[in-house]
Design a protein. Sequence first.
Length: 136
Amino acid sequence: MKYLFVVGIALILARGVSHLIAPTALDAPVPPPPPRPSLTIAAEGPAGTISGHLHDAESGEPLAGAAVVVEGTARGASTDVHGEYAIAGIAPGLYKLEAVYVGYRSLRTAISLDSLTGVRIDFRLVPTPIRLRPVD
């Protein structure tokens, strides 16, 4: 019986199994997935860019990973390894820009963004020691 079964399987494989199996929904080509909806946030009116450089006021070294925030908005950026930052999509107007970095005194400045080209603001942050409480 076992021998007969093996011979039967061999004959089926020799002839091909495609005519023995009925087509199913799994054999149908799979349509591509629908496109994902994209989210586009349009600024009201024209927008510009605030960019600049942060560095240590004493050594001149760039400050990588510092935060630059446009106060009163949800906009901000971190500096790259060269101390550069750029914040795009800012509508023209008056703003306060703040630069923050651990171990340095934060610096805030008022800016006026009145063009589509943007404005460049460089910061020189002064190192400030962090005082810790003694361990009890």
